[in-house]
Design a protein around this ligand. Structure first.
Ligand code: B12
Ligand code: SF4
Length: 484
């Protein structure tokens, strides 16, 4: 019988306590990393299972019960910094009840901080550094053959008291030979895995990472998993995968999650040609740097179904953009949003608040900027120095501590720039979002989208009921406290 491996996306603080109603409107995309790994190990004779804890509504205890009932030989956990503590506690509980299991970890947190993490958390037995499809297959094969894991490249291991690394494994040169992600292993795919509200046209959605790697070095960004060299599927293969998703699962919209989907103009134009030939009639969205778009490319993208582009705009201050090493300026941000919107593509701006060097003036510049440009959606994250990002190294030893890992979800200020308390930053955070979302133009867009795709309105209603319920619970608690 083939050896079983459970691949786990652990529960973590996705939503701050008291704000559970947000789950109706947030992004519920599955881990593509686990889907790729599952497909690859299955192709090599292993038997994978996937647990998406949050999406399945499982807390730590429920996850442990599930794993113990499944009794796999191997447990593989994907680690974002935010999930490390909860993963360690699950690993500890599982190991107690299944002492022969081997616990393997990988993912962005391990690619940036693998050695420190397995040194600190004895529960994690073997760590895989970086892109892991081949490394995991070779590791499982070595373990099944009774060979020591030291023979496999790309690992971080505990040997007696020492933490050692084996030589770094070669990256994939092209993504084409990879098997299709194992979407069939997800329960209730695609319905349970919807993106954030108003962030897709409606209907069934799936994600694809059509390329890996990014040659830029924005100081807040952790690129340690895939490195600086861009590798991709051929445009034809991307279209084949889209066709498969449409035929097998009824998917109508694709979200490309690549760091740099538009890195090469030639590649994008060829992708558009292939997509047109295939006549799939699907819509899609992607992310882009502002300096990678031009009107003709945008018009071509629109003609073959591009529905939305998310631009990493970050701030309305040129000074801050410079400090971030973003290699872009506010003027080019404005230009890109205008071009995209003139081409008929919706735009989402990704911003952050609280980067080192942020001041009341820079916040005011951002506030004016988000009201000036014709952007349809705004995503504002609270600046977080993720391990693996250049800024983490600069700030480490100031006031970020490993205990902050559990809070590193972009929704907490784990670090504040000079002159700001967390409370003030929180006020500015709410103020910026309000400035943007209170605009009539923006609200009218949502109403229009909701009328075209009522699924969004259903989610909005559930969210509203959640807010109401939470207020009432707060009210009851307050009355109970007063009564005491
Ligand atoms: C799509 C995406 C999401 C989606 C899907 C999340 C998910 N679970 O995959 C959503 C929107 C839900 C999301 C949310 C968040 N994200 Co996000 N997200 C991405 C993005 C853009 C692409 C991820 C992807 O699909 N890559 C392609 C797949 C194939 O790669 P992969 O998942 O890394 O897996 C490979 C390896 O890591 C490794 N591997 C992964 N897991 C495992 C497990 C084992 C056992 C092994 C052996 C190997 C292994 O092998 C895989 C195949 O090669 C990345 C940026 C990037 N370039 O990776 C950011 C990124 C991963 N996100 C990030 C962050 C911070 C978050 C949030 C915490 C906050 C936020 N900013 O939104 C939340 C919560 C995260 C969570 N735990 O779900 C950071 C992580 C930094 C860190 N150290 O934690 C990244 C790197 C962005 C960045 N550059 O800073 N995200
Ligand atoms: S923010 Fe985007 S462009 Fe900058 S390094 Fe990260 S992935 Fe690359």
């Amino acid at each position: 019988m083939s050896a079983k491996i459970v691949l786990l996306n652990p529960p973590y603080e996705r939503i701050a306590k008291g704000y559970e109603f947000l789950r109706h409107i947030t992004n519920r995309s599955p881990s593509l990393g686990l889907l790729h790994l599952a497909a690859m190990v299955r192709e090599h004779g292993f038997s994978p299972e996937i647990i998406e804890s949050d999406i399945a509504g499982l807390d730590e205890e429920a996850v442990v019960t599930r794993i113990v009932a499944s009794a796999p030989k191997y447990l593989g956990i994907t680690l974002f910094t935010v999930g490390v503590w909860s993963a360690a506690s699950i690993a500890r509980a599982v190991k107690k009840r299944l002492p022969k299991i081997t616990i393997i970890v990988g993912g962005p947190h391990i690619s940036s901080m693998g050695a420190e993490t397995i040194e600190r958390f004895g529960e994690f037995e073997i760590a895989v550094d970086g892109e892991a499809e081949w490394i995991l297959v070779k590791l499982l094969q070595a373990l099944e053959a009774g060979q020591p894991p030291e023979t496999v490249e790309g690992l971080i291991l505990r040997q007696e008291q020492e933490i050692v690394s084996t030589p770094r494994a070669a990256e994939l040169k092209s993504l084409d030979p990879l098997p299709l992600p194992a979407w069939d292993l997800l329960s209730n795919f695609p319905l349970a895995f919807q993106p954030a509200i108003f962030d897709f046209p409606g209907g069934k959605v799936a994600t694809i990472a059509a390329s890996r790697g990014c040659p830029f070095h924005c100081r807040f960004c952790d690129t340690s998993t895939f490195g600086a060299r861009l590798r991709a599927y051929s445009p034809g293969r991307v279209v084949e995968i889209m066709g498969h998703l449409k035929e097998r699962w009824g998917i109508g919209h694709i979200m490309f999650v690549d760091d740099l989907f538009l890195a090469s103009r030639i590649r994008v134009m060829e992708f558009c040609d292939r997509l047109e030939e295939a006549a799939l009639k699907m819509t899609w969205s992607c992310t882009a740097r502002v300096d990678t778009v031009k009107p003709d490319v945008l018009q071509r993208m629109r003609a073959v179904g591009c529905w939305e582009i998310s631009f990493g705009l970050e701030t309305g201050s040129d000074d801050l953009l410079k400090q971030m090493d973003k290699a872009a300026c506010v003027k080019s941000s404005e230009q890109a949003i205008q071009w995209a919107s003139q081409a008929g593509i919706r735009t989402k701006g990704l911003f952050m608040l609280g980067y080192p060097g942020e001041t009341e003036d820079s916040i005011e510049l951002t506030r004016k900027f988000v009201r000036k440009i014709p952007m349809d959606m705004m995503n504002l994250s609270k600046f977080t120095p993720y391990p693996g990002s250049p800024i983490y190294r600069d700030l480490y030893g100031t006031n970020i501590r490993a205990d902050h890992w559990e809070k590193m979800n972009g929704m907490n200020f784990v670090w504040s720039p000079d002159g700001f308390s967390e409370e003030v930053l929180d006020q500015r955070y709410r103020g910026l979002l309000k400035s943007f979302y209170s605009q009539r133009r923006v609200l009218a867009n949502f109403i229009k989208l909701g009328a075209q795709h009522p699924g969004h309105l259903v989610r909005l209603a559930r969210f509203g009921l959640g807010v109401l319920g939470s207020r009432m619970r707060g009210h009851k608690l307050a009355s109970a406290a007063q009564a005491r």
